[in-house]
Design a protein around this ligand. Structure first.
Ligand code: MG
Length: 205
């Protein structure tokens, strides 16, 4: 399956490379037959649009989880801070406005259920089996491990665990997503299906 991005794809704020988007869309297109999808770390909706569009021919839903206050690296003074996404009135990041705008522009609002809260809170009463979990939230070890522990257990057999920003070499990027990737493989519950750029696709056995 190929991914046909919306016309404004290039203008979207986000960190998903084109080859990763194609791979993510392919994974979502098959995983959505197994159950709803869950994305952790929607930011401004770039990967959300990619996933939701890939499910186009199904009735599947995508849960898009993000507190929309930015991860550590998005805060003022940090490397990935974007002043346009800072709400001066509350002195906090607010990516939800941009997220909703992009989703509406893409015409995908009826396929996406935004969960504007933390991973831990959203998971507390969660009982729905998932076809795919895409981990792309906070990149501190604590945040990444929390996302894995809260959600990986809800995947159905054959479901996909996708992890973004997996860099085996510390010189290329932070090590938390890679730690989660290794933890998943070492658990014996997953096998690797593919690695595309920094995106890892694992299958729940
Ligand atoms: Mg990422």
């Amino acid at each position: 399956m190929s991914f046909t991005p919306p016309p404004f794809w290039r203008d979207l704020k986000g960190f998903l490379a084109d080859d990763e988007a194609v791979a993510l869309a392919g994974a979502a297109a098959s995983a959505c037959a197994l159950g709803p999808l869950l994305e952790i770390g929607s930011y401004c909706g770039k990967s959300t649009i990619c996933l939701a569009q890939a499910m186009a021919d199904s009735n599947a839903l995508l849960f898009a989880l993000d507190h929309h206050r930015g991860s550590e690296e998005h805060q003022p003074g940090e490397f990935f801070h974007d002043p346009e996404l800072f709400d001066e009135a509350v002195e906090q990041m607010d990516t939800f406005r941009e997220f909703r705008r992009n989703l509406e522009r893409a015409g995908l609002s009826d396929r996406v259920v935004p969960l504007v809260t933390t991973s831990e809170l959203a998971a507390r009463h969660w009982a729905t089996p998932l076809g795919m979990v895409f981990i792309d939230g906070g990149h501190s070890l604590d945040a990444a491990l929390t996302d894995y522990r809260c959600w990986a257990g809800h995947l159905v057999r054959g479901g996909t665990l996708a992890i973004h920003d997996v860099y085996p070499d510390a010189a290329s990027g932070g090590q938390a997503p890679y730690a989660v990737y290794r933890l998943a493989l070492e658990s014996g519950l997953f096998r690797e299906r593919a690695r595309i750029n920094s995106l890892a696709l694992l299958e729940r056995l």
